[in-house]
Ligand binder design. Structure first.
Ligand code: ADP
Ligand code: MG
Length: 251
């Protein structure tokens, strides 16, 4: 069954057609990768799922409900969490606080900053946040300031910030960008663990090693259009994909 359904989505920036009649079906409980060259429209598409951008036309349906015309926090409440291309963490706060904030946001609908210190000691959320930090192997740094983390650790912190919301759908925009191989492999293992818990994932990724390690299905975007959607083994050999993605080189 399709949990996320995208129909005929178009998005223009001035004269530029960033998304051109995009269709996409993500099956519940699968990892669906979106690949394609730089500027293909991948991030634009993801932004249309989380209320950062509104498509000009078309529909985006999650779990039977439209994601269009509602606020990002309302989309989040429906069970959609995302990791953006650039890490978005609270640099001045501790790792623990970073993970507690989205937990409060999910529970209360919105996070009220001035109520923070009154509620920060709430045991259930504190314990849950610690558990999530342990899941991403950052519990030893729970009281460190987030700004001082390495890039790979920031990514893992962001994943913990998503997981604490117990999402049904996790959207990741280039989760291994800028990571060394060891960090990339750790991230692959972590994403496999998350997928094993039944969380549906949409992953934009440029690293083919990551894509072919994780994806159940792959959609290929080129110039705003889905040129192929298939199983990884079929995508690998598709000459249209090799042409569009790597100028004819082997994937
Ligand atoms: P990708 O993530 O596949 O690299 P993007 O979705 O970021 O591609 O961009 C698709 C195209 O839309 C690019 O040509 C980019 O320059 C353009 N674009 C993206 N966001 C904006 C914006 N906010 N305003 C104008 N053009 C944009
Ligand atoms: Mg992008």
């Amino acid at each position: 069954m399709s949990i996320l359904s995208v129909r005929n989505v178009n998005k223009n920036f001035g004269g530029l057609k960033a998304l051109d009649a995009v269709n996409l079906d993500v099956e519940a409980g699968t990892v669906h990768a979106i690949i394609g060259p730089n500027g293909a429209g991948k991030s634009t598409l993801l932004n249309c799922f989380v209320g950062r951008l509104e498509p000009d036309t078309g529909s985006v349906t999650f779990d039977g409900k439209s994601l269009l015309g509602i606020q990002p926090h309302e989309i989040n409440q429906l069970g959609v969490s995302r990791v953006f291309q650039t890490p978005e963490i609270f640099g001045d706060l501790s790792l623990l606080e970073n993970v507690m904030i989205p937990a409060f946001a999910k529970r209360d609908g919105a996070f009220k900053m001035n109520a923070w210190h009154e509620v920060a000691e709430e045991n259930d959320i504190h314990a849950l946040a610690m558990e999530m930090l342990a899941d991403v192997a950052l519990d030893g740094k729970a009281h460190d300031t987030a700004a001082q983390l390495s890039r790979g650790d920031k990514r893992r912190l962001e994943l913990a910030m998503c997981l604490v919301q117990n999402p049904k759908l996790l959207l990741l925009d280039e989760p291994t960008a800028g990571m060394a191989r060891a960090d990339t492999n750790n991230t692959i293992d972590l994403m496999k663990t998350i997928a094993g818990r039944g969380v549906t994932m949409v992953v934009i990724e440029h690293d083919m090693h990551v894509v072919f390690s994780l994806a159940d299905k792959i959609s290929v975007l080129a110039q705003g259009t889905v040129i192929a959607e298939d199983l990884p083994e079929n995508i690998k050999g598709d000459p249209r994909v090799q042409e569009a993605y790597l100028g004819g080189a082997q994937l």
